[in-house]
Design a protein around this ligand. Structure first.
Ligand SMILES: C[S@@+](CC[C@H](N)C(=O)[O-])C[C@H]1O[C@@H](n2cnc3c(N)ncnc32)[C@H](O)[C@@H]1O
Length: 248
């Protein structure tokens, strides 16, 4: 987890996306990471593009309530901006990120922000959950789980996804990504990600989805998921999928 006063991965992503909610310490950490790996802005724009296309796909199929885990900064094409007709509860474990999110969404009656540990949905405030994701557990909702799998070991990730599967109603959808083995060739950058960081090959990730059923798009590099227009020229750093809890 991010340390107080230290750089935050969520705010570093905000910097790479061209947002306004980061600090000098985040810019310095982003520069150090880029010195060890290479430019990151295009990679994170591509990941945010996947968020946009997968959330729109869910909304177009009738999903009108979203629960977002490991949400980071709720700007720059985040869920409530690409699905403005829906209601959205953003959650994160980092208290500073939660406070920032609450400040940015103050006054919104369609999107809220609260504490939530993805590995234990019981930590999400019930009143907020039922306000912003009405019908949770009774009608289909969208769960957004991006930038998070990389920080959970296989057993924890599989258990968490199975608990989510049981918690949501049939017809619910899950947008998820994971980190490929891209950083294996950049040991200095890999070390910066910390001991909890997990890279995965696609065939190692797919079984962790358990009962969630990926759409026919499969588990693919995010830049290629339902690509619209020209393919982006970015490394395949993130793979993603949209998955369904089928009707019982
Ligand atoms: C790499 S950032 C991704 C932010 C955002 N989802 C995005 O794609 O831009 C990961 C976020 O997950 C949060 N996080 C880490 N472990 C978590 C957990 N167990 N439950 C919920 N959030 C977690 C961190 O605090 C951080 O804000």
């Amino acid at each position: 987890m991010d340390q107080p006063d230290g750089p935050s991965t969520a705010r570093m992503i905000d910097y790479w996306l061209g947002g306004r909610h980061h600090r000098p310490v985040d810019v310095a950490a982003a520069a150090a990471f880029e010195a060890a790996y290479g430019p990151c802005a295009a990679i994170f724009r591509s990941l945010r593009g996947f968020l946009g296309r997968s959330v729109r796909a869910m909304a177009d199929e009738g999903v009108d309530g979203f629960l977002v885990f490991g949400a980071g900064v709720p700007t720059c094409g985040n869920v409530h901006e690409v699905a403005p007709e829906a209601t959205v509860l953003y959650t994160d474990v980092d208290p500073e990120t939660v406070r920032l999110g609450q400040r940015l969404l103050a006054g919104s009656d369609r999107a809220g922000y609260g504490y939530g540990d993805a590995t234990d949905t019981g930590t999400v405030d019930r009143a907020q959950l039922h306000r912003f994701v009405p019908g949770w557990g009774r009608r289909p909702v969208g769960v957004v789980f991006l930038g998070l799998a990389a920080f959970l070991d296989d057993d924890t990730l599989a258990r968490t996804l199975d608990e989510l599967y049981q918690a949501v109603a049939p017809g619910s959808r899950l947008a998820i990504d994971f980190d490929s083995e891209e950083l294996a060739g950049h040991p200095q950058a890999l070390a910066m990600m910390g001991p909890a960081f997990r890279m995965r090959a696609p065939d190692r990730f797919a079984p962790l989805l358990g009962r969630w059923r990926p759409t026919d798009d499969g588990v693919v590099p995010v830049a290629r998921w339902r690509l619209e227009g020209e393919p982006e020229q970015v490394p395949d750093a993130f793979y993603g999928a949209l998955a369904l809890r089928p009707a019982d």
